[in-house]
Design a binder for this molecule. Sequence first.
Ligand code: 26W
Length: 816
Amino acid sequence: MISVKTPVPAGTDSAQLVTELQKHYNITLGRFECEQIPSYLLLALSLTVRDRLIERWRETRLQEIQNNPKRVFYLSLEFLLGRTLSNAVMNLQTENEVAEALRYYGTSLEELRQNELDAGLGNGGLGRLAACFLDSCATLGLPVTGYGIRYEYGMFHQRIEQGRQVEYPDHWLREGNPWELERPELTKRVKFYGHTEFYINDRGRKCARWSGTNDVLAVPYDVPIPGYGNGVVNTLRLWRAAATDEFDLEEFNAGDYTEAVAAKNRAEQITMVLYPNDASENGKELRLRQQYFLASASLQDVLADWVHFHGENFGEFANKHVFQLNDTHPTLAVAELMRLLLDDYLLEWDVAWRITTSTMAYTNHTLLPEALEKWPVRLMRELLPRLLDIIYEINARFLAEVALRWPGDTQRQQRMSLIEEGNDPHVRMAYLGIVGSFSVNGVAALHSNLLKRGLFKDFFELWPEKFNNKTNGVTPRRWLAHSNRKLAELITEAVGDGWQTDLEKISHLKDFVNDSAFCERWFQIKQHNKAALAELVHRECGVCFDTGHMFDVQVKRIHEYKRQLLNVLHIIHLYDRIKRGDAVKMKPRCVLIGGKAAPGYAMAKLIIKLINNVAAVINADTSVKHLLQVVFLPNYRVSSMEIICPGTDLSEQISTAGKEASGTGNMKFMMNGAVTIGTYDGANIEILEAAGGENFFLFGLRVEDIPAYRAAHKPNQIIEHDEDLKRVMQLLECGHFSLFEPGIFDPIVAAIRRDDDPWMVAADFRSYVEAQRKAAEMYQDRAAWTRMSILNAAASGRFSSDRTIREYARDIWQII
Ligand code: 26W
């Protein structure tokens, strides 16, 4: 409970806010003021802020109806929004009034917001990118609507028990969600199962219909997406699955009450939980249902809106719509749009196909083969029979085109087919995305080039004009203006206002690198942010980080390709040096690692256990503490990154070259003045180019080196010839970090020693250690480090998602 302090008289605007707050607290929520329960105060404030959004929201929608612009729909199975309240307050530019109004209640936004749960409707990079994009679209005033799923349970909560990850459900809607507006009047029906029927219509044409289906209702919930200071409020529409009434009735009439309830549960299961896999698809039927549910409900919604305003004339439809597909997850939209246009609106195949292929655009986010979605044909035949018909028809026509272009090249036809043949044939979702779209893009320059040269080579040869790059970005509002208030103020003082919506302006910071007073203030703010991060670490891990030491941070999903393991090997190496008495020249550091492992990914979970065991040994050793501290921060999520990135000195971006499509954490750190230690991979390459090689710690093999290296990769020889790595491996192998659990890390040791280690951990160890040594050395030179820090922030302009969205809007969507 918040203590009641002496009420402070409020100004006009804030006086009004107090009145509204009181109204919501006392009337809407029916609570008593004297109680002052923080969670209800938070809810009352959220409702107050929401009221202000809703006026602008309606206005934005009315404007859109009036102007009838070309509209974009961002289809994504994930939107990792994080917290909403303070972002909304910032974008409405009403922070001072809110602060003043809250003083009346003796509290602050900073204090209240701690009670807000993250909306964790995403796994990692792809989901957070979707959230940053929505922010940029609204800020740029673009008519873009997000479509996604309202998962009852978001990304699981991670706890660490005995050093291991344990998953707990994230029932984020438990206390109600003030940021959504249910729109039951716009409910859609989504079909499953059944079969295709053909019939001759009244014009004598052969038509198809999908009948005998088990339908599920899709109920939309709208979430407001405010632009920054421009009065625009766009919409994110999230669908919830609900059982149909007649479904219940049939069963009830048959007298089977329990079966009726079970059927209802089966329908509602579709939107129950977010799948927590971020890299390997698991082929679960429920996941396919989620994907179709999103695609169908969203397209029906867009078509219904079109028909409402324009009737069943689709002549102009393609000029007015673009659907951006966030990875392959929503690519069933290609077949579903065809189905709706053919079966419901009776268009000819060629007309429907022209509309589809001039409105769909597909973004690829990964080169990892295990992440490429393929659905068994037998599953689709059962669950989505009509869609499978259409996919086969698309494929037949497509392969005819391939045959025409490369006569007789049957191998190529097999390679390019939407169907992977074999005794259990599968539909290749990425290929459906490419064939059905007019644009295919990667998310960083290197990644887009690798798509053209590797994964999608055949398609690039056929349609070079479809392929393009859109390097990712992040919103500078949440990731700098909001999360790093003090630095934001200093930046404004230096470069003036306006950088929040035109991040290129931040480049003027470079004029200040020789201004020692400015540098000192920059340094002090970093120290202040490090103290806040240290406080979080202390609260969560019980370890006291020394803010005088370099803060070395790696936070992201746990995956072998991201090489948290390489980080651990380096930590063990430092520990070994200290214990050997070889620490005279060693510079102190605090290492923080955080991230969730997919629950079924045994190796990733074992890596978490290793990090925790190594941290336990190191932190318990008083002879080590002054040089090295290590923590694994549990439950890494959007709201923790808001504290982590402002307080980081060294940002770890150490994936095996060619594996990280882009990375976006790397950009958040850079904006906040962290220096990167990284491989030549994903957007690191562009970060390095922007910041300059002297402000970046580059190490490791490059993509072009890897094939030759891989062929001759002998980790055991590398280990044998590298005294440091040898000792690290010995510590791992003798059970130094697993005294009471002998042998538990054997799989890790074996993975590093394998000749065919796909992640090349041993190969990059030496150059990583060297780069780390340089970084630690450089950190001791406060002036030099601060200079690098400033120059990194100054070079981060390109990594605003506003730049990315402008490129999408200009090149793909053609709306500006
Ligand atoms: C089918 C299961 C599944 C689920 C999610 C497979 C793959 C994914 C995503 C592609 C994982 C992801 O988040 N990818 C990341 O996308 C970011 C935004 O473009 C990039 O910055 C990251 O490099 C990429 O790993």
